[in-house]
Design a protein around this ligand. Structure first.
Ligand code: NZQ
Ligand code: ZN
Length: 386
């Protein structure tokens, strides 16, 4: 096991009817900016619950943060924060609203001239404006981590940011919110969380037995609840387990003491930036090709995953490992997720070269758990995903 430090300060308030507890978490004298997305919270009743919980607080609203939170929209929110002397941010939404709020938390206290530099120059945020979240869509884990991903449509860029100052102070996880989530987003959430586990697991053996079992437990639970939640998003027990799996998949715990990959995300973000494909779907496109291209480096863990997750006991280690990739593709398909780029766009020729060029220009060398993948490897992985 590798050395590690672990600190996660996010207070999780989990369960039915917990949105009312916002009031006990936000300082009474705060001037609050309530941030949300395109309006789903107005039709599913979450907005009303939040507004009644905030009775007595000084609150201003900013709605309209789009999926893949857009920089230009967030700059409008930043102007509101400054003009209204906001002191506390409350995100009510999925990963996009929470990530947008993290950007605003950082940008509100940023001393430089151009907030885009936080993203372009990967400036770490040690202190941000305090914020809390009400999660409406299990998927990203953003509710219990300190990272965010922001998009700029004008330049077709999508960059990550983060730092210890960007953990939410609290996150309310009420599984009842899942009942209004559309099928497309349910499939996305399962796929994103599953791939978060894969990114922290499908590397090489590190003798971290407990972390492996944590990771396998999350994947097994996601596989178990997937048909239930897709059949009936109002199935509370399935929703509760789905939500907690998504949070646990990316709150830092399972990556401690083990090597991590994250190439699938790095490449996937480019597919969202270029084509607007949903985040989770870009991961399903890249995973199979990435594992086949890096088969020699990953086959021991692939074989362990084959045995423990897919119960493949016959054959050589190589055969088990290859079958595990096929099983993973089938799992994505069972959710209704296509795994080839050409199934999302007819305009895919040249994508591999384009992404490799971008990585070269940004100096993104040494991807993957062995820091061994260069832009030419990335090109070949994307070609396998056409
Ligand atoms: O905007 P509204 O109207 O609220 O609708 C949203 C949105 O259209 C809808 N939705 C959310 N909760 C709902 C609901 N509809 C009905 N009922 C509810 N209860 O779902 C749509 C998608 O929402 P979005 O927040 O975009 O989805 P998701 O949570 O998958 O977030 C994706 C974003 O997170 C980033 C992705 O790159 C992408 O930008 N990620 C963030 C990570 C992190 N911070 O740790 C890690 C991830 O790997 C990922 O990169
Ligand atoms: Zn993800």
């Amino acid at each position: 096991m590798l050395n590690f430090e672990f600190k996660n300060p996010v207070k999780i308030i989990f369960g039915k009817g917990q949105i009312v507890k916002i009031a006990q978490e936000i300082p009474a004298n705060a001037k609050v900016l309530l941030l949300y997305g395109g309006g789903s919270i107005r039709s599913n009743g979450i907005y009303d619950q939040v507004i009644s919980a905030l009775a007595g607080f000084d609150v201003i609203e900013f709605g309209g943060i789009p999926a893949n939170p857009e920089y230009e929209v967030l700059i409008e929110a930043l102007n509101v924060i400054k003009k209204e002397n906001i002191t506390y941010l409350l995100a009510v939404g999925g990963g996009s609203v929470i990530d947008g709020t993290k950007f605003l938390s950082a940008a509100a206290l940023y001393q430089g001239d151009e907030p885009w530099d936080i993203l372009k120059n990967k400036i770490r945020t040690d202190k941000g404006m305090p914020f809390g979240t009400v999660l409406t869509l299990p998927a990203t884990g953003s509710e219990m981590n300190s990272g965010a991903v922001i998009t700029r449509a004008s330049t077709q860029e999508k960059f990550g940011m983060g730092g210890p100052g960007l953990f939410p102070e609290f996150s309310i996880l009420d599984p009842l919110v899942v009942k209004s989530v559309p099928q497309r987003q349910l499939a996305n959430g399962i796929t994103d969380a599953f791939t978060h586990v894969l990114e922290q697991y499908m590397t090489y053996p590190a003798q971290a037995f407990l972390q492996d079992r944590f990771a396998e437990g999350i994947m097994q639970t996601l596989i178990e609840i997937a048909p239930r939640i897709q059949k009936d998003p109002a199935d509370y027990e399935a929703a509760a387990n789905f939500m907690w799996c998504c949070t646990m998949a990316l709150n830092g715990l399972i990556q401690k003491g083990v090597p991590t990959d994250w190439s699938v995300h790095a490449i996937g973000h480019e597919l969202t930036a270029l084509f607007g494909i949903d985040h989770a779907r870009t991961l399903a496109i890249i995973v199979p090709g990435h594992y086949r291209y890096n088969f020699e480096h990953k086959k021991e863990k692939l074989a362990q995953y084959a045995e423990r997750i897919w119960n493949i006991q016959e054959g050589t280690a190589d055969e088990k490992a290859e079958l595990a990739i096929v099983k993973t593709e089938s799992f994505f398909h069972s959710l209704g997720i296509d795994t080839k780029l050409s199934e999302y766009t007819g305009d895919y020729q040249g994508t591999a070269e384009k992404i490799a060029k971008r990585f070269t220009e940004r100096g993104w060398m040494g991807l993957g758990e062995r820091k061994s993948l260069n832009p030419d490897d990335v090109r070949k992985i994307v070609e396998l995903s056409y």
